[in-house]
Each structure stands twice: as C-alpha cells, then as structure tokens.
Write a protein that binds this ligand. Sequence first.
Ligand SMILES: Nc1ncnc2c1ncn2[C@@H]1O[C@H](COP(=O)(O)OP(=O)(O)OP(=O)(O)O)[C@@H](O)[C@H]1O
Ligand SMILES: [Mg+2]
Length: 288
Amino acid sequence: MFYDPKIAYNDLPLLPPEADIETKQLLKLSIKANTALTKLNEAIKSLPNPAVLINTLPLQEAKASSEIENIVTTSDELFKASLDDAKNNDPAVKETLRYRQALRVGSDMLEKYPITTKMACKLCSTIKDTDMNIRKIPGTQIANTVTGEVIYTPPEGESVIRDKLSNWEKFINENIEVEPLIRLAVMHYQFEAIHPFLDGNGRTGRLVNVLFLIQEGILEYPVLYLSKYIIENKAKYYSLLKGVTANSEWEGWITYILEGLCEVSNWTVGIIKEVKELMSDFEKQIKD
Ligand SMILES: Nc1ncnc2c1ncn2[C@@H]1O[C@H](COP(=O)(O)OP(=O)(O)OP(=O)(O)O)[C@@H](O)[C@H]1O
Ligand SMILES: [Mg+2]
C-alpha cells in the first residue's frame, strides 16, 4: 500500500506490529540496555543521598525535552527558578518547569494506576498548563519547520483516535510477553503516530517513556535522561519514525531506542561516579 503523508493515517495498524520485533539482534541489544539500566538503578541507590540526583536529573530531562520544542533555557536559570517557582516570569523557564511538574504528577499517579490514556491527558495538560483533550477536529499535521513540507498527518476523528489509544494502553499493560524495552520502543512510536493532542505529543510521549520504566520496575526513580539522546539525534529520530510508518522499518527504530537507553544510562552512571568522587574528596578535605 502506498503511504501518503498528506492524508490522515487512519489506517495506522494496531499493536502488536506484524513484523518480527524480537529478532536475535534486537534481543541481544535489549539485554545490553537492561544491564545498563540496572547499573544505573544500583548507582543511584548507592548514593548516600539519592535525592540530590532525583531533584536535578529530572530538571535536565525537562530542559532537553523542552529544547526539542525549541524552548531554550539555561541550566542556571532553571536551577534558580526551580528553587523559587513563583518568581520566574520567563515563559521558557516556566514551560520547562512544567515538564518536571508533569514528571512528578505522573510518578504519583503510577503509585495507584497503570499508564492509561487518561494519564496521558493529565500529563499533557500539566505540560501545556491548560486542559488538553483528545483531538476532535481534523487539521493536525507534522511539517518540516524550514520548508513547510508535510511529513505526517495523524489519524482523524475522536473515536478513531480513542480506539487506537485503547489498543496502545492494552499493549503497554497486557502484552507482557514482549520484552519490556522493545515494548517501550514500539509504544513510543505508536503514541507519536496516533498524535492524540493538538500539541505536546512529543513531550508527553517522552514522559511516558520514563514512567514506563518505573512501571516495569526497571528503574525506581524517574531519572532517565533519554531526551538528551533524542535531541542529540533528532534528525534520525524523525527519519526513523517515518520509516516505520512508510515502510514498517521497525528494526531500525527499535535499535535506535535501545541504543539510546544504553548510551544515556552509561552517561548517567558516569555523572553519579563523579558526584561520589566529589563527595569523598570533600569529606577528606573536611577531615584534613
Ligand atoms: N513522521 C512522524 N510520525 C509520527 N510522529 C512524528 C513524526 N515526526 C515527528 N513526530 C513526533 O511528533 C512530535 C512533535 O509533536 P508535537 O509538536 O505535538 O509535540 P511537542 O511536545 O509540542 O513538540 P516536540 O516533540 O518538538 O518537543 C515529535 O517530537 C515526534 O515525537
Ligand atoms: Mg509542538
């Protein structure tokens, strides 16, 4: 079937995909990513005060995720503002802090409910600071910001979107036979392809990724900084999403996400190591 990016993709297939998403290669890579994430989780728990990272890393994640949407803030501005939310008037800073707020809202909700469409609406509303609901009217398209060329037109019609979301939700919570990190990659594509909201779909989807790792018990804290990887490899991110839609190229997409999970986990473990070294240096200085 020929795929036309200008026509609403109501034919978006339901999950699980027909393609083989658990090839030997992908399973090997997912073992690597799982190991890296386990090390990250252990490293955080080994800190005398994990709160240090739990408060700062989500802020970095918030900053990176918002940069994809061209909301640029500096870490300095953010840290200052995060200590005193009310006083800051910079819209970029506010927007970024709302992403972190949404991360908290999501972590709290997860203690009572699994990831659902309703949770996605709540996250998107927190990010956008206004009531966001499933798109009711047609006209949403993803276009190249420079050339204006339409890259993708998501499904239209509220009931179509809701049906696809309910399938998405079931895939996350019920298709537990699919390797969790591969399930993450697949559900992330699907969420972006459904594109349920008028705006904020990228940020909401990236938040769901972090929450999913907590739901699966892979991480205990929302400290995965995957948006850093996505922003550093954004052109690839866009082209691989397109590859799944136009040519069912699942393997490339899943590989990209699994490699990202490895890279970001290893990077974060490095930061934790540095923090620990600084702490012990400081302790030594005080003793001296
Ligand atoms: N071809 C595509 N098919 C499906 N989804 C896509 C495609 N290209 C990009 N996307 C997704 O759309 C998101 C942008 O949508 P939207 O503007 O609603 O989200 P945002 O959070 O406001 O923006 P951003 O993701 O840029 O921060 C991208 O982050 C990406 O996840
Ligand atoms: Mg946007």
